[in-house]
Design a protein around this ligand. Structure first.
Ligand SMILES: Nc1ncnc2c1ncn2[C@@H]1O[C@H](COP(=O)(O)OP(=O)(O)OP(=O)(O)O)[C@@H](O)[C@H]1O
Ligand SMILES: [Mg+2]
Length: 255
C-alpha cells in the first residue's frame, strides 16, 4: 500500500495498447482537490482514452487509476458504479439520447441513481438548465438543438448529480466565442463556488489558459510536462513549443 494522499485523482504507471498500437506508455499524474487540470496533446494521443479509463469504462493493461484513493481499474461493480455517480463526464460529442427531450436527458441519472421524487428532479433539472443558459430549450429533442446547445445540454446532464469531479472532453470545440466563454466561466465557477475538481481536455488555448490551475501535456504515451500554465509558455520542449506557438504568437500580437 502506498501512502494516503489528498489527491482526488492519481494515474500511476498506466499503460494501454489497442492491438499493437501503444497508446499509453506509463502515464503518471495526479489532481488535487479543487484543481482544474488541463490535458493537452496531439489528436489521437490518447486524451479521451485517459478519461474513459478514469471512468472505469476502459481497463488499462497495467497501472493504477485512483479516484479518492479507490482504484477504478479493480473496483468491484457496485463500488465502481457508486464512484461513477460522483463524477460527471462531458463527452466530446454531446452523447444525448435522441429519443428523449433535453429535460428527460438531464433527469435520467437522477431517476436511475437517486431516490428523488418527480418534483425534486424537476427542480434540479430547471436549475441545471438555467446554469447552462438553456431554460427555454428543456422540451426540445436533441435534434432540434444547435451543436453548441447540445454541448451545453450534455454539460447540464453531467452536472445533474452534483459531481465532485467533472471530466470535460473538448467542452468548447466547435462553439462560438460567446458559448465557449460561457463554458469556461462555468468551469471556473464550479471550482470556486462548489469546490469541484475538473480535468479538461482541450485544443482551444484561450480556454485552456482561462480555466487551468495546472496543465499536463500527453505525448507518445507519457506526460512530458506537468506544470503551472506559465511554464508552458516558456517551455523549451520542442513539441510543447510547437503546440503553443500559434497561441504565443497571437498573444505577442496583442501585447
Ligand atoms: N476503442 C478503441 N479501439 C481501438 N483503438 C482505439 C479505441 N479508442 C481509441 N483508439 C485509438 O487510440 C488512440 C487514442 O485515441 P483517443 O481518442 O484517446 O485520442 P485523443 O487524444 O482523444 O484524440 P482527439 O484529440 O482527436 O480527440 C487513437 O489512435 C485511436 O485510434
Ligand atoms: Mg479525444
Amino acid at each position: 500500500m502506498s501512502a494516503p494522499s489528498d489527491n482526488r485523482v492519481e494515474f500511476r504507471g498506466v499503460k494501454l495498447k489497442f492491438g499493437d498500437k501503444v497508446v499509453l506508455d506509463g502515464v503518471d499524474f495526479s489532481v488535487a482537490a479543487q484543481e482544474v487540470l488541463v490535458i493537452l496533446g496531439l489528436s489521437g494521443g490518447g486524451k479521451s482514452t485517459l478519461l474513459n479509463i478514469l471512468l472505469g469504462l476502459l481497463k488499462p493493461d497495467a497501472g493504477a487509476v485512483l479516484f479518492k484513493g479507490e482504484d477504478m481499474t479493480t473496483l468491484p461493480r457496485p463500488q465502481l458504479n457508486r464512484a461513477r455517480t460522483r463524477m460527471g463526464m462531458v463527452y466530446q460529442t454531446a452523447a444525448l439520447l435522441s429519443s428523449m427531450t433535453v429535460r428527460e436527458n438531464i433527469a435520467l441519472p437522477l431517476r436511475e441513481l437517486t431516490e428523488k421524487n418527480a418534483g425534486e428532479i424537476a427542480d434540479i433539472v430547471d436549475q441545471k438548465l438555467a446554469l447552462v443558459d438553456l431554460a427555454e430549450a428543456g422540451d426540445k429533442l436533441p435534434s432540434e438543438l444547435s451543436g453548441g446547445m447540445q454541448k451545453r445540454a450534455g454539460l447540464a446532464r453531467a452536472l445533474a448529480l452534483d459531481p465532485e469531479l467533472v471530466l470535460f472532453d473538448e467542452p468548447s470545440a466547435g462553439l462560438d466565442p460567446i458559448n465557449g466563454k460561457l463554458i469556461d466561466d462555468l468551469i471556473i465557477r464550479l471550482r470556486e463556488r462548489q469546490q469541484v475538481t475538473s480535468i479538461v481536455v482541450t485544443h482551444e488555448m484561450d480556454s485552456a489558459f482561462a480555466v487551468a490551475t495546472r496543465m499536463a501535456f500527453l505525448h507518445e504515451g507519457k506526460i512530458i510536462l506537468d506544470a503551472a500554465p506559465d511554464a508552458f509558455l516558456t517551455s523549451d520542449i520542442p513539441i510543447v513549443r510547437k503546440f503553443l506557438s500559434v497561441y504565443s504568437n497571437r498573444e505577442a500580437h496583442r501585447a
